[in-house]
Design a protein around this ligand. Structure first.
Ligand SMILES: [Zn+2]
Length: 605
């Protein structure tokens, strides 16, 4: 059998050629494919000449297709191949320390459900999830909800956080809720007390502070284990009131950092005054952050803790407890602060603003919550890409909204269909139009249509409008944006995009004919010519338009919550909610509602 007749081989070559083409802008390299095929099928080495002839032939066929067609075939026949390429492309994070020491990498994200998630959490979530994925490990979501008093959790946020993670593509493999785990923390508290590594301190906070600052132990530190366990029982049974007793883990009373000296691990919160939204008044003794997080990281088998460097002292604190319990502390990566200029990331301000009605909800476009970003059409992939590019470095990083928009634009530009939106519309009457025009506007500039072997193939399609001049005076009236109407200079030629060239003669204002920009109500122009080539060199102003009668009411909510009202073209009537589109010369928007009127949220330019 000749190679030419080997169906399986042909298919193998075709797949390699298509993948190679998709990776190289539509043009496959025959040489690379020869190497790849021989690598897979050593027996073909002796038939290299015949093989490379076959490969060149198939590569020519593949290269004759447009990249869209190539992608289409790959997506249809070998969708997993594209995914594999993607993973490789993203594999740019530095390796995890000591990853080879563990049979399975386990990371976690551990939010307090006292607010929705916002951009400030993106780094912890995405890095932890991405590392787990890269190492085929496990990503755990752990709700840290053991402070029903100051950082009181709220029921609705548990679900909102889960939703946000799903949206980001960072769904957890396992989930834990600390308020379900109180008996576990009690068990380890008792063990620490029993083994003399913790004590119940009943000193007045002020008194203890003085002692600790002067590197002296308080009297409780030298109590016997029995005495401590007795005090512990009293704590649990209500023998102490809030603030009267606290379990402290023994560290070093002379530790250079006073915050490390005998840190508090569990305290009393009055269950009648501060019931927990999930477990009610069941518990009066609650673990503090380092106790709960430290015990859980060990018990849940977290191998790598990836978190902000503000946690460095917590690691020092927790390491004492780990030594007491004979545990090995997980590997840690402490990244620097990530600031997004102009984004308010204060949880308390967000919660307060929403509760008081300053913001319309968790997805108010003025917020940097994931819900708001979602509403505006910021894609999860753009956030992911940005965070992975920043990586886990320890230096502080300041980014701007513009940085995020640039990532998002790269994703939206090739996929979003184009439409016209005329904001704050003004009428433009064009006279002397010589004939009927069929305006055929591609839904996407690069993907409207292409020619394949002399046959025109339409991929995305067009929006089509028939421009029929009035029988009597050969005029057509359009809507144009007020901004454009203001900028037009009388007597200068401008072009209605994809239609024809006109010259504006008159601007009508509320008080008659004039140049009062603010008060323009209509423009009058006449038809000049059709060809774009004719005016292209002169760099004439290009403006978008909607024929009167073809308009569809549209409102775009801007990131500052300003409303931009006007008309979209009638083709927008069919758009489904959640579609991301580009209004030409205006920006990318996400369709939020579409019911006799289009409501969209603005993403960015
Ligand atoms: Zn004490």
């Amino acid at each position: 059998m000749t190679l030419e007749n080997d169906k399986d081989l042909r298919e193998l070559v075709r797949k390699a050629a298509l993948l190679n083409a998709v990776q190289h802008g539509g043009k496959a390299q025959a040489g690379a494919i020869v190497g790849r095929i021989i690598g897979e099928k050593q027996e073909l080495k002796t038939k290299a000449k015949e093989l490379s002839r076959l490969i060149r032939k198939i590569v020519d066929e593949v290269n004759n297709l447009s990249i869209e067609e190539q992608k289409g075939i790959v997506e249809e026949k070998w969708p997993e191949a594209l995914k594999k390429e993607k993973v490789e492309e993203e594999r740019r994070l530095p390796p995890l320390p000591n990853a080879d020491k563990y049979t399975q990498i386990v990371t976690r994200f551990s939010p307090n459900p006292d607010c929705v998630l916002h951009l400030g959490s993106a780094r912890a979530i995405i890095l932890s999830h991405e590392y787990a994925r890269l190492y085929k490990g496990k990503f755990i979501l752990r709700f840290e909800d053991t402070d029903p008093k100051v950082k009181k959790p709220v029921l609705e946020f548990y679900d909102r956080i889960r939703e946000d993670l799903d949206w980001l593509g960072c769904k957890a493999d396992e989930e834990y809720i600390q308020s379900d785990r109180l008996p576990i923390y009690y068990e380890y508290a008792e063990r620490l007390l029993r083994e003399g590594n913790a004590y119940v301190c009943t000193c007045q906070p002020e008194q203890f502070r003085k002692k600790t600052l002067s590197r002296e132990p308080c009297d409780c530190r030298s109590l016997s284990a029995e005495a401590n366990l007795e005090r512990w029982q009293r704590m649990l049974e209500g023998g102490y009131d809030e603030g009267e007793a606290v379990v402290r883990v023994k560290t070093d009373v002379e530790h250079p950092n006073p915050a490390v000296r005998d840190w508090p691990a569990l305290r009393i919160i009055d269950p009648a005054k501060y019931p927990h939204p999930r477990v009610g008044s069941k518990y009066r003794v609650w673990p503090l952050y380092n106790m709960a997080a430290g015990v859980d990281d060990h018990l849940l088998g977290i191998t790598h803790v990836i978190r902000g460097k503000e946690h460095l002292t917590n690691q020092v604190r927790q390491e004492y407890m780990y030594r007491h319990l004979g545990w090995k502390y997980p590997e840690t990566i402490h990244y620097g602060r990530l600031k997004i200029t102009g984004a308010s990331l204060s949880k308390s301000k967000i919660v307060q603003g929403v509760r008081e009605g300053v913001y319309t909800g968790w997805d108010d476009p003025r917020l940097a919550t994931f819900a708001a970003l979602r509403k505006r059409g910021i894609t999860p992939d753009s956030i992911k890409k940005m965070i992975i590019d920043v990586g886990p470095k320890t230096a502080d990083v300041t980014l701007s909204w513009e940085n995020l928009y640039a990532y998002n634009r790269k994703i939206l530009d090739p996929q979003s269909n184009r439409y016209f939106f005329v904001s704050n519309p003004v009428e433009l009457r064009v006279n002397n139009i010589p004939r009927v025009f069929e305006a055929k506007l591609p839904l996407h500039p690069e993907k409207g249509e292409f020619t394949k072997r002399f046959v025109k193939v339409t991929l995305r399609g067009f929006r089509e409008y028939t421009i029929t001049p009035d029988y009597e005076d050969q005029s057509v009236t359009f809507w144009i944006a007020r901004k454009d109407a203001e900028a037009v200079e009388l007597g200068k030629v401008i072009r209605l995009m994809e239609l024809f060239n006109i010259q504006v003669q008159v601007k009508y204002t509320v008080s008659g004919i004039g140049i009062d920009r603010e008060k323009i109500v209509a423009l009058e122009a006449f038809f000049v010519s059709e060809s774009y080539e004719e005016v292209r060199k002169a760099k004439v102003q290009l403006i978008h338009w909607i024929p009167v009668g073809q308009e569809y009411p549209c409102e775009v909510i801007m990131p500052d919550f300003a409303s931009n009202k006007g008309f979209a073209e009638s083709a927008c009537e069919k758009l489904k909610p959640d579609t991301l589109i580009q209004f030409e010369r205006f920006g990318f928007v996400r369709v939020d509602k579409n019911d006799a009127k289009l409501t969209a949220y603005y993403a960015h330019k």
